[in-house]
Design a protein around this ligand. Structure first.
Ligand code: LLP
Length: 417
């Protein structure tokens, strides 16, 4: 998180003290560094060298229009998993021919919308989904570009909730079924076989599972090639992890160079698609929150802040660790053990548990780090809490890229009679 650092004792995002943003927009809020997003995108982009590629940002990680627009201008496409994400990607100016549609449960309406837009390809996850897409094409006279998502049965060694490439997971198709699917698709005039796809999980900190998955996919590509089925795109999914605590994931450049080496070794010539989310924007963001109260219950210290599990569900949902920094440096305070909790009426509402840190004082501002991916995008209105604003920092300037919701926003689409 090099874009977040202390300057004269004050935590800054790029060159801007974050307390200044707090003064203008109030707390809590999400704060993103544009420089970090650009740097991480370029790390992917440049590692490809002259190899044909497309970086489809996983919209689910951070779906703010300004962020998508920024990435789109850098050349990114989008990996979408819903009609809503399609709408956002298009609204943000990402061209349809740079959009891939993943996910196990695409509805007829979503399929129709993606066909109308003319997306690059559907990453298909089951035979029933294939038939649904082919049927929509037949009825509307459109042709879908398709790939099948292979489940390579590789252990990504990550949290079980975000593992997707094991045979016990709901994602993709076993190799044998995928081969059959391609054979059937070849006989269907309403679809155009375009690529092959695979995504094994998220927050991966090692390269080996990516390479193991690629080998399995390469074997499928080889078999198809022998049968005269050629593919233009090879989509290796997303999943590269970031440092939250003490993880040491490879940087994007290293992953891409290793993947390309392995593709070359397997004789794979396709245009490469990757679908990174977290590794582009995770460490670009922080959640700034204010200490409302501190209290001690039977020897345990609680710090109650104004952000909660509805704003950042990752700690409650996955027991995820996020660093918590003071906005004002605290060199002369000694650390103690605290739980940082929100105002929501659930014991599961915490941002950090048994964390050793200098005791924050009432009214003090804290920054929950590494919150740029799956932070705001997973937030909700639980406890009727308006969703919080997002700001984007560029050098010493910032801009509100999503306003704080109002109480009126909470009830806007509800009616009493
Ligand atoms: N492509 C597909 C098909 C995916 O399912 C995902 C993430 C990605 C790409 C992007 O993965 P990334 O590069 O961000 O790891 N909410 C969880 C993460 C869920 C990831 C779901 N799929 C979390 O907060 O850790």
């Amino acid at each position: 998180m090099e874009e977040f650092s202390y300057q004269d004792g004050e935590l800054c995002c790029e060159d801007l003290p974050m307390s200044r943003i707090a003064k203008e927009v109030g707390t809590p809020f999400y704060c993103y560094s544009a420089a970090h997003i650009i740097k991480r995108f370029r790390a992917y982009d440049q590692a490809f060298g002259d190899r044909k590629h497309l970086i489809c940002f996983a919209v689910k990680a951070n779906s703010n229009l300004v962020i998508l627009n920024l990435l789109g201008k850098l050349g990114a496409g989008a990996d979408i998993v819903s009609g809503g994400e399609l709408f956002r990607a298009l609204r943000a100016g990402i061209p349809a021919n740079r959009i891939v549609f993943s996910g196990v449960g695409k509805t007829t309406e979503e399929i129709q919308a993606a066909l109308d837009a003319g997306i690059l390809m559907f990453n298909i996850e089951s035979m029933q989904e294939f038939h649904a897409i082919a049927k929509t094409c037949r009825e509307t006279g459109k042709k879908a570009r398709i790939s099948f998502r292979v489940n390579p049965d590789v252990d990504p060694k990550t949290h079980p909730y975000i593992s997707t490439g094991l045979k016990k997971n709901k994602f993709g198709m076993p190799v044998h079924d995928a081969l059959e699917a391609y054979r059937e698709a070849k006989r269907n005039p309403h679809v155009e076989i375009t690529g092959i796809d695979c995504h094994i999980g998220s927050q991966l900190t090692q390269i080996q599972p990516f390479l193991d998955a690629l080998d399995r996919v390469a074997a499928v590509v080889q078999t198809l090639n022998d049968e005269g089925i050629q593919l233009s795109y090879l989509d290796t999914g997303g999943g590269l992890g970031i440092r939250y605590h003490d993880e040491t994931p490879p940087d994007p450049g290293k992953l891409i160079r290793e993947l390309i080496k392995r593709m070359d070794a397997n004789g794979l010539q396709q245009t490469v698609i990757v679908e990174p989310g977290r590794s582009i924007c995770g460490n670009a963001g922080a959640l700034v929150t204010k200490v409302l109260y501190t209290k001690e219950n039977s020897g345990k210290t609680f710090v109650i802040v104004d952000a909660a599990m509805n704003d950042l569900p990752r700690p409650s949902l996955y027991q995820a660790y996020h660093d918590i920094w003071h906005l004002n440096q605290t060199s002369n305070r000694k650390p103690c053990l605290v739980d940082i909790v929100g105002p929501i009426c659930e014991t599961g509402d915490f941002l950090a548990k048994e964390r050793e840190m200098p005791l924050p004082a009432q009214g003090e501002l804290l920054s929950v780090m590494s919150a740029g991916a799956y932070g705001f995008s997973m937030s909700s209105n639980y406890n009727s809490r308006p969703r919080i604003p997002e700001v984007l920092v560029n050098g010493s300037e910032f801009r509100v890229i999503r306003k704080r919701e109002s109480y009126e926003d909470l009830v806007r689409i509800e009616e009493i009679s």
